[in-house]
Design a protein around this ligand. Structure first.
Ligand code: NOJ
Length: 562
């Protein structure tokens, strides 16, 4: 057994006024607007649908929700391809609908966070159309380069690869140049070296801030700038991957450039200069555990939350307690000194749901971890009821990444399974829509797995989730020390302590067998503790007092004691 103790209190220094730090020690809930609630029966979720369901978020007691894009878009990437950054796509509603959403959210004391997508627009955006025509100042709004020629044959300017595979450059016949797209060809990269474009994107932040939003989740921030020399990126040795796979390259010129951090700082300053309470910035950057500093730097340049995707992409159902312990400790040790908040993302719209990644029996364990660990827990609609991935055929697949993988590869790459409609009840289309046909098919498990059903029983994903949100607000979770313990590499333990009160202890059995151990001795916890919350596999019912020297954990059990 080995452990680390981190005294969070020591790291707290001056920052913004505590009253403005509403996101601290809370849960933030992600809404994928197509799939939350359909108000007009067209089978697609919309803004009025979200407004009609805000009481659910109040009931859960989350502090805020962030909404994936609802801006005007051809929907080639379901809203992450924006053709007007300051208008709402008719499929989702109108600016008036948005005002009603804001008004109601404010009356319910819920904070609203929008998705800001600065790296690219849609290729249908008027800016791009004018850029193709070389109309100033739009000529410089995107990243254009001349072709290179080898033996008279035209080639892209360098070897850069897009996140969605293949060259990051597409030739444009009209302009007779290549344009850069770090994502799909229909998402041309915006050029932040253009001061006019830079100002346009600040104006986008101003537009939504004036309409009452409380902050922004910043999409794909690492890709905002590229090195201006446009040199080839080094090829990683022996990856065994196909040459068009972006993971074959070291992204030293296309990700996390110095100018990118400065850009985030400029948005921080811009938002701070506006009236009203401080606006939250959450940055989306996927990194490996070896690259933690690249993500942490976003904190230092003005992000309040640099998303921590460790639970999403760092671990899977083969990861051991020691893997988790090492990763968690590494994250906490790398947090910059100062008034910063850790965070733990459980799920999002780009990855399989937690129950698919770790197994249905372990669906609540990651939420439990994100509750007990210091800082913010970030959850995705449906996590609170243990929603599962929905199997969809290739013909039903609409995600461009799934579609481009073809019938044999789509089930690995498609993001659709995690995006199916929220399961409110057992009525038509799970109460999501009055329409029997929805943009993605509702999971057939909805007659059993739905919110209304879980509200009628005393122990459910929903009841567990509510207890976890309440736990986040306890002083020991806010300020206590953190110990991460691996017991014989079978049980992961987290112990939070403040002097003068009972510790909070999370225990997760990673093994498929029963584990009987002396938790009192191994974790230095009191011999008698009460079960605050437990998952379904636990033989430890909530509310009972147990003897920790002879603790029995059932396979896949997780339990929080206090
Ligand atoms: C990250 C978003 O989360 C994802 O859904 C999108 O496809 C890419 N950025 C491109 O915008």
């Amino acid at each position: 057994m080995c452990k680390i103790t981190i005294f969070l209190g020591l790291f707290l220094t001056a920052g913004c006024a505590p009253s403005e730090e509403w996101w601290r020690d809370s849960f933030i809930y992600q809404i994928y607007p197509r799939s939350f609630k359909d108000s007009n029966g067209d089978g697609v979720g919309d803004i009025n649908g979200i407004t009609s369901k805000l009481e659910h978020l109040v009931d859960l007691n989350v502090s805020a929700f962030w909404i994936s894009p609802f801006f005007k878009s051809p929907m080639s990437d379901f809203g992450y391809d924006i053709s007007n950054f300051t208008d709402i796509d008719p499929i989702f509603g109108t600016l008036d609908d948005f005002s009603k959403l804001i008004t109601k959210a404010k009356s319910l004391n819920l904070k609203v966070i929008l998705d800001f997508v600065p790296n690219h627009s849609s290729n249908k955006h008027p800016w791009f159309q004018k850029s193709i025509q070389k109309i100033p100042p739009y000529d410089n709004y995107y990243v254009w380069r001349n072709a290179t020629f080898v033996n008279g044959t035209r080639h892209p300017p360098n070897n850069w690869l897009s996140v969605t595979r293949g060259s990051a450059w597409t030739w444009n016949d009209v302009r007779q140049q290549y344009y850069l797209h770090q994502f799909s060809y229909f998402q041309p990269d915006l050029n932040f070296r253009s001061s006019a474009l830079n100002q346009e994107m600040k104006d986008v932040l101003t537009f939504w801030t004036k309409r009452g939003v409380d902050g922004f989740r910043v999409d794909a921030i690492p890709q905002a700038f590229e090195d201006a020399r446009f040199l080839d990126e080094p090829v990683k040795p022996n990856t065994g991957l196909p040459p068009d796979d972006p993971n074959t390259l070291e992204h030293i010129y296309t990700k996390n450039q110095k100018e990118t951090y400065e850009l985030v700082r400029s948005w921080r300053n811009h938002l701070d200069a506006m009236n009203g309470t401080r606006k939250i910035i959450l940055t989306e950057s996927y990194i490996t555990l070896d690259e933690l500093n690249q993500s942490m730097k976003y904190y230092e340049y003005g992000a309040d939350i640099a998303f921590n995707f460790m639970f999403v992409t760092g671990f899977n159902n083969r990861s051991t307690p020691t893997d988790f312990k090492d990763g968690i400790e590494k994250w906490l040790a790398h947090m910059p000194r100062g008034n910063y908040s850790s965070n733990w993302v459980v799920d999002n719209h780009d990855n399989n749901r937690v129950s698919a990644r770790f197994g249905k029996r372990r669906a609540d364990q990651l939420t439990m971890l994100s509750a007990v660990l210091p800082g913010v827990g970030v959850v995705y609609y449906g996590d609170e009821i243990g929603m599962e991935d929905t199997w969809l055929s290739y013909n039903e697949t609409v995600d461009p990444i799934g579609c481009s993988a073809g019938p044999t590869g789509y089930n690995i790459t498609s993001r659709d399974p995690a995006r199916t409609p929220f399961q409110w009840d057992n009525s038509t289309s799970a109460g999501f829509s009055t329409n029997k046909t929805t943009w993605l098919r509702v999971n057939p498990n909805y007659p059993i797995l739905n919110l209304a059903a879980q509200k009628t029983v005393s122990h459910s994903h929903y009841s567990i989730f509510k207890k976890l949100v309440a736990l986040k607000k306890k002083l020991v979770i806010k300020t206590g020390s953190v110990e991460v313990i691996s017991v014989a590499d079978r049980v992961l333990g987290i112990v939070r302590r403040v002097s003068g009160s009972v510790p909070v202890v999370l225990l997760i059995n990673f093994s498929n067998g029963y584990v009987i151990f002396d938790a009192s001795y191994q974790l230095k916890i009191p011999p008698r503790m009460t079960v605050y919350v437990s998952n379904f596999d636990s033989s430890l019912p909530e509310g009972v007092t147990i003897n920790t020297p002879s603790l029995v954990l059932a396979p896949a059990a997780s339990v929080i004691l206090m």
